[in-house]
Design a protein around this ligand. Structure first.
Ligand code: FAD
Length: 379
């Protein structure tokens, strides 16, 4: 099979991650779904293999891997468990704004330790009253002597219960995006309260909860970039993480497709394997077509970023395409299984539940369409 120009290093990384996922993650996927247990042990094993926190810059001892590398990791992880993949990739979402800020002091203090241990971090942007409308968030950071005091509530924060630190977007100035600033807040700072772990439809091992900041003081050097530059940091991270989210959808869809092919060849009806009916084989053909197209798009979005081109357009196209695709593929996989697909005895119902969030987090499908339309009009 052509590797679409993937370098030898990238092919080896992909292979290593796929083998890890098949051997360690996939056999535990149902257990993680049933128990909602955070995959601490698996994250530790991924870290030992150099597959976790690989975004940390070389300058502070990390691997400094790029966006396409993270697409490969995300696809491989999601073939094992999309919830595990989300937990692993959420660290990158928290870390990229720190990298983009070029705050070397914070790189050393918070990113360097992520190389030595399976340290987790969270991206705290969404609030109870504002998700898509990020520019309208209400959390404030008031300047006080040699630091800032943060006040407000965040919602739907992935990894929050296990994070050592948070990237927090807060308002330091005027209304709208120009009044927002990014900060690193250590998770043990006095005044932080974690909400209960949310009970979710899918990806249940991923830890998502609210975080409240009640007069939380942080030193001034924890500010990332200048005041008013936080919106750019928070949104800039998506250019690098949306391609990987798209790849996560591809990995999950690939797993559902494999399950569907296997079942369709084994299950008989009317005296022949169900795959011999065009009604079924065409469904498999459409799955294959859509998965291949989404994979190429996510790699394109990742490569554009690595080559230093603006990739907002391709990141949103890949994220939209892959997240709509994974919902369709997993729903069709349940259909191929018939009644058994609806049962927890088989994996496809779990895969279908795991798929839905791809259309919601890191910008909903509607928001991706808004971004794509805006980019078209700009051109
Ligand atoms: C499991 C999970 C994990 C998450 N992890 C994180 C995380 O780690 N960090 C973080 O900060 N956030 C996280 N989120 C939040 C997620 O990014 C938001 O839920 C998402 O951006 C949507 O925001 P909302 O839920 O407030 O919906 P809303 O913004 O209220 O939107 C509701 C509906 O209206 C639509 N809509 C809104 N505005 C428009 C418009 N202008 N035109 C058309 N349609 C529109 C939306 O597409 C959606 O369908 C997570 C969410 C979940 C469920």
């Amino acid at each position: 099979m052509s590797n679409f120009g993937l370098s030898q290093d990238k092919q080896e990384l992909f292979q290593l991650a796929k083998e890890f996922s098949e051997r360690e993650v996939w056999p535990k996927a149902r257990y993680l779904d049933e128990t909602s247990e955070f995959p601490t042990e698996l994250l530790g094993k991924a870290h030992q293999l150099g597959l976790l926190n690989s975004f940390v810059p070389v300058e502070v001892g990390g691997l400094g891997l790029g966006t396409l590398d993270h697409c490969l990791l995300s696809e491989a992880f999601s073939m094992g468990s999309a919830g595990f993949s989300t937990a692993a990739i959420a660290n990158e979402l928290a870390g990229i704004p720190v990298v983009l800020s070029e705050n070397r002091e914070m790189w050393k203090k918070y990113l360097a330790p992520m190389v030595d241990g399976a340290i987790m971090a969270s991206y705290c942007v969404t609030e109870p009253g504002a998700g898509s409308d990020v520019a309208n968030i209400k959390t404030t950071a008031k300047k006080e002597k040699d630091g800032y005091v943060i006040q407000g509530s965040k919602m739907w924060i992935t990894n929050a219960g296990h994070a050592s630190w948070f990237f927090v977007l807060a308002r330091t100035g005027e209304a709208g995006p120009k009044g927002l600033t990014g900060f690193i807040v250590p998770a043990d700072a006095p005044g932080i309260q974690l909400g209960k772990k949310e009970k979710t439809m899918g990806q249940r091992c991923s830890d998502t909860r609210g975080v409240t900041f009640d007069n939380v003081f942080i030193p001034a050097n924890h500010r990332l970039g200048d005041e008013g530059k936080g919106f750019k940091l928070a949104m800039g991270a998506f250019d690098k993480t949306r391609p990987a989210v798209a790849s996560g959808a591809v990995g999950l869809a690939q797993r559902a497709f494999q399950c569907a092919v296997e079942y369709a060849t084994q299950r008989s009806a009317f005296g022949k394997p169900i795959v011999e009916n065009q009604g079924i084989s065409f469904m498999l053909a459409d799955m294959a077509k859509d998965i291949e197209a989404s994979r190429i798009l996510s790699w394109k979005a990742g490569s554009e970023s690595d080559e230093g081109h603006p990739n907002v357009y391709f990141a949103s196209i890949a994220k939209l395409m892959a997240s709509e695709m994974v919902m369709k593929v997993t729903t069709d996989a349940v259909q191929v299984y018939g009644g058994y697909g609806y049962s927890q005895e088989y994996p496809v119902e779990m895969l279908m539940r795991d798929a839905k969030i791809f259309q919601i987090y890191e910008g909903t499908s509607q928001i991706q369409r808004m971004i794509i339309a805006r980019e078209i009009l700009k051109k």
